[in-house]
Design a protein around this ligand. Structure first.
Ligand code: SF4
Length: 365
């Protein structure tokens, strides 16, 4: 499809969304659950195409953003007290802890390594031996199977100095909490996570909460297709689960990936920034893999950590506030000097607002 064709198709989809919303007697409010969607919507300027009575709010799908500050403190304490090499994906590096970030630690001589694949942690552990190497386990169902595969490999190879500090999270428990909110009509469901978890598992949205959900890809046209289907369901009061990303997401998802996750990890309670402690929303290592548990084998004291009370990340991650409501936005808090994780992450809502602006406001005057 040429650029011109894409623009024409986007205009047609936007018109169809406007026509659907014209027949609604209220404002429709949809949550984009995934941080990649948040950034893609901002980058493409999609909000400027939407009618005034369709509101898009961000959700808790940026793994770095929902990870609590105490996790950074915990990792830094392990690095210091156990002379450990900390291995992480890049987004976590600049997230502020109580007394600095992983980047600060690295600038002061700490060993912090950024990887693109958890498998790289094996080579790092081999080069660091006998000192411990700790993979910082942050992510959703998209990331977790690759970490499970890494631990299976490490177990088979008898690597004894590799550990994981677990803050993995799963998507359904928080989604059930958000689905109970009366001011949300539906969810733009995450493409990558859904490729693993599938479609049927979202059936509780229409069945238990009367809410619609549509899986969408990350191109502008994918997102507009998803929003059109959400609007159609909401306006016709026929909630269901749709799939506008069929080229990647299938009904059953990826059973092999889920089996691998289930072999290595078990469900556990987890704490979410903005949502608090949610039963069964995290993961812990099963007994056969417990030797990799950094929290057990590299013990440290970690005091309770408080977020800056002026930072609205918790409210932003639950769709209750937008970044422009934060008094620090763009002044004391910028991507170069972030106060909260939503300004750090490449999937963060504040970073998206900072980089691309509040297009709804600019388009509507
Ligand atoms: S602008 Fe900064 S301080 Fe404000 S909510 Fe966003 S990350 Fe937090």
């Amino acid at each position: 499809m040429t650029d011109t064709d894409q623009i024409r198709t986007a205009q047609t989809l936007a018109r169809q969304i406007r026509e659907l919303c014209d027949s609604a007697d209220r404002t429709l409010r949809f949550m984009e659950v995934c941080g990649t969607h948040t950034m893609a919507i901002a980058e493409a300027g999609l909000k400027s195409l939407l009618p005034a009575n369709l509101e898009l709010v961000s959700g808790p799908g940026c793994p770095v953003c929902v990870t609590e500050k105490i996790f950074i403190d915990h990792a830094l304490a392990i690095g210091t007290e156990h002379d450990a090499c900390l291995v992480t994906f890049g987004d976590l590096v600049r997230v502020p802890g109580s007394s600095g970030s992983l980047a600060t630690c690295r600038s002061e001589g700490g060993r912090v390594r950024v990887v693109y694949s958890p498998l790289d942690a094996i080579d790092i552990a081999l080069s660091e031996a006998p000192r411990p190497t700790v993979f910082l386990g942050v992510g959703f169902e998209t990331t977790i199977p690759t970490v499970a595969g890494t631990l299976k490999t490490a177990l088979a190879r008898g690597i004894e100095n590799l550990f994981v500090l677990c803050a993995f999270k799963t998507i359904h428990p928080p989604l059930k909490i958000l689905a109970a909110k009366k001011d949300l009509d539906g969810f733009l469901l995450p493409g990558h996570v859904s490729a693993v978890v599938g479609l049927q598992c979202y059936s509780y949205l229409p069945a238990d909460f009367g809410k619609c959900g549509v899986v969408a890809g990350f191109e502008p046209l994918d997102i507009l297709l998803g929003l059109r289907e959400l609007a159609r369901m909401a306006v016709s009061n026929s909630p269901g689960i749709g799939n506008e990303y069929a080229r990647v997401v299938r009904g059953p998802g990826n059973p092999a990936a889920r089996e691998l996750m289930g072999e290595v990890f078990d469900a556990a309670d987890a704490s979410w920034r903005g949502l608090g402690r949610i039963p069964g929303s995290g993961l812990r290592l099963r007994a056969a893999y417990s030797r990799f548990d950094a929290a057990t084998h590299l013990p440290v004291e970690v005091p309770a950590a408080e977020d800056d009370p002026r930072c609205l990340c918790a409210a932003i991650l639950t769709g209750s506030k937008t970044p422009d409501k934060c008094g620090l936005f763009g002044r004391q808090c910028t991507p170069d000097d972030p106060v909260g994780p939503c300004m750090v992450s490449s999937e963060g809502t504040c970073a998206a607002y900072y980089k691309y602006g509040d297009q709804r406001r600019s388009s509507n005057g």
